[in-house]
Design a protein. Structure first.
Length: 658
């Protein structure tokens, strides 16, 4: 065997089984014999991957294929139906947008159904918690307020909300929240969306064999659907959840597997829709349930979360985050989880198999997301408290079945709860709530710009490292970071969401602002549908003035360093379509299509003012984002940090004389 081949083989063998920087996982695998049942083990077995699939140039749309097209090989230039790599990759890409937009929007629809039932008094346990936000949404929906009762207004808002998904003509109402210039641009570009259902159906139609073959035209439809997600489905989910469950305010939380309790019944809620988990939060405090837990030998009931359901209930109740996407199996492997209660999205199909090796009961709760091997308890919003009690009882009754338990002693505090309204309030104070202090500090150069760092974990890269390294580099360069999703959980676990992180990691300008206001340099804004909060924060910055008249002019950038889901592509694309430079890591799904990739990475800047980019290394991603932010600062004429000059008497006199 040649020397370099030997070297390669040795390197391969040396690769650790769990590629992560998470201290809890590393501790767990040092102390527990973990069977080969994790996603890391399956990843290894799936390698090497099909390179056509990875580059976005495998077409499975009709049964004459699958066709593998390759623009660099004459004989593979076209698929059987005659399309080339750019058409194939564009179709695949916008089908990813359709998948992501569908997930967010079906989540929103379920929320709207619960909201409407609650408004009609048909869903006991749910209420209107944020009346102010209800009135705001009523105005957006042209619902008259007058002296009508809250219930009346809520019913009409709920009905209009349900109608938005199937809106045939558009534009959907929440797009009117965007800066005027942006709305005009969308209209000119044919991107003003109709209801998200219609946009998704049109994607499926256009990508059927023999329909739309023009990558630019396909991407225009992808953009319109993504906008219908960001400024429609996702935003509506956030709004209705805030109205029903309360708009988040800063709250202390804890993160990582160390939040599990050895002596208590541990219930881990996992998924995305908070309607059921809100009820579970209430039910675990019920004395009857606590008594039942004690009868089974536990000291109490401990609730924790995984993925975005966790983010939702952290933001509103301070319920601890057990972990992000790649920690779902690990939570079960502690042997301490008595029930893992899942709703929809980002659930691993392996959960019941992993649970079989331990004692955890995996409970599915949504008819849309059943997993073979799991127990199904259907969540009924009309009888939510009873459903929640049934689930909590099942968890308690499973406590005596525990085998060996090992909970890593690893956890970290965080402050969550930064809705865009909270940022407004914190920066400006109760009587003059505004984004002015943020804009002023950007203009004077203490803050270089703002970055949204969001998205998933991906087992193809080192778990959490991509998020933490990128965010550290951004804040060290005085970029304020806004976060959601699993990215937020990664940085929470790394201690970046504490006020003291400002002094430790942030550049001097950002640290000064954070210390004055009392906020961390990295703000947790919630779950992935709450990326709509970032759109609203960007819009608020535009409307505040001083930083141009559109989102595309702001010194801001977005990133999803460890993305993996279709939802991440939809989110990334609605940011690009809203004028934001957005860089993804890990892998890029159109690399086999040079013209399409050029359109997304360069051409889109001409079309929407935003664009996509891709880089593997965190420092390259950070540099690209900082370069973009600096470019925008230059265009605004604020490229140099302006020192505050305190005028003395002589200078004043000179001014007066002038
Ligand atoms: Ni977002 Fe949230 Fe996590 Fe990715 Fe999945 S949980 S919705 S998709 S993996 S960030």
């Amino acid at each position: 065997m040649a020397d370099n081949e030997k070297e390669k083989k040795a390197q391969k063998q040396e690769k650790p089984r769990f590629t992560t920087v998470d201290a809890a996982i590393l501790d767990l695998c040092n102390n527990v014999e973990i069977p080969e049942i994790t996603c890391w083990d399956r990843t290894k077995k799936q390698s090497p991957r099909c390179s056509f699939g990875e580059k976005g140039i495998c077409c499975r749309i009709c049964s004459m294929g699958p066709c593998r097209v390759d623009e660099s090989r004459e004989k593979l230039k076209y698929g059987v139906c005659g399309v080339d790599s750019n058409t194939v990759a564009a179709r695949n890409f916008i089908r990813m947008i359709a998948g992501g937009a569908a997930a967010h929007s079906d989540h929103a629809r379920a929320g709207a159904e619960t909201f409407l039932a609650a408004a009609k008094g048909e869903a006991p346990g749910y209420a209107i918690k944020d009346e102010q936000k209800l009135l705001q949404l009523a105005m957006d929906f042209d619902v008259s307020v007058g002296d009508r009762s809250v219930q009346d207004i809520a019913i009409e808002v709920g009905e209009k909300g349900m109608g938005i998904f199937g809106e045939q003509f558009g534009p959907i109402p929440l797009t009117k929240r965007a800066p005027l210039k942006r709305q005009k641009l969308w209209a000119e570009q044919g991107m003003l969306p109709r209801g998200v259902d219609r946009e998704i159906v049109e994607i499926m139609h256009r990508t059927h064999i023999g329909v739309d073959m023009d990558p630019v035209n396909l991407m225009q439809q992808g953009s319109r659907a993504a906008i219908a997600d960001g400024w429609g489905g996702s935003m509506l989910a956030t709004e209705l959840q805030d109205i029903m469950f309360g708009t988040p305010v800063p709250i202390l939380g804890r993160s990582n597997l160390g939040v599990l309790e050895k002596e208590q019944v541990n219930i881990v809620i996992h998924g995305h829709e908070p309607s059921l988990s809100e009820m579970i939060v209430a039910v675990v405090q019920d004395p009857e349930m606590i008594e039942r837990a004690k009868q089974k030998g536990a000291q109490g009931i401990n609730l924790a979360g995984i993925c975005c359901t966790a983010n939702e209930i952290l933001m509103r109740h301070g319920v601890p985050l057990a972990g992000n996407f790649l920690q779902q199996e690990m939570a079960i492997i502690t042997g301490a989880v008595d029930a893992m209660v899942v709703d929809v999205q980002c659930l691993m199909g392996s959960l019941p198999r992993v649970a079989e090796c331990f004692h955890t009961k995996v409970i599915t709760t949504n008819y849309r997301a059943k997993i073979p091997g799991a127990t199904h308890i259907q969540f009924e919003e009309h009888d939510a408290v009873e459903t929640a009690k049934k689930i909590v009882r099942a968890a308690i009754d499973n406590f005596p079945n525990r085998k060996e338990v090992y909970i890593p002693d690893v956890e970290c505090d965080l402050i969550g709860g930064f809705s865009h309204e909270t940022i407004n309030y914190l920066l400006g104070g109760m009587f003059r709530a505004s984004y002015k202090p943020l804009n002023d500090n950007i203009i004077n150069g203490r803050i270089l710009g703002v970055a949204g760092v969001v998205g998933c974990n991906n087992v193809k890269c080192e778990h959490d490292a991509g998020h933490i390294d990128l965010v550290k580099e951004l804040i060290a360069n005085n970029v304020l970071v806004l976060q959601t999703g699993c990215s937020a959980v990664a940085c929470a676990k790394a201690g970046l969401m504490l006020p003291e992180a400002a002094a430790k990691y942030a550049g001097p300008g950002l640290a000064e602002v954070c210390e004055t206001v009392g906020i961390p340099p990295v703000l947790h804004m919630g779950s992935c549908v709450d990326n709509s909060r970032i759109l609203m924060a960007a819009t608020a910055m535009v409307k505040q003035g001083g930083l141009g008249d559109d989102i595309s002019g702001l010194p801001v950038a977005g990133a999803a360093p460890e993305w993996m889901s279709e939802k991440a592509i939809s989110i990334g694309h609605y940011f690009v379509a809203s004028g934001v430079y957005t860089v993804f890591g890990t892998t890029w799904p159109t690399t086999g299509a040079s013209e399409l990739t050029d359109l997304l990475f360069n051409g889109y800047e001409e079309i929407t003012g935003g664009k996509w980019d891709f880089a593997l290394e965190s420092n390259v991603q950070a540099q690209k984002m900082i370069d973009h932010i600096k470019k925008k600062r230059e265009a605004l004429g604020i490229e140099k940090a302006r020192k505050r000059i305190l005028y003395d008497m002589a200078m004043r006199r000179e001014l007066d004389a002038g």
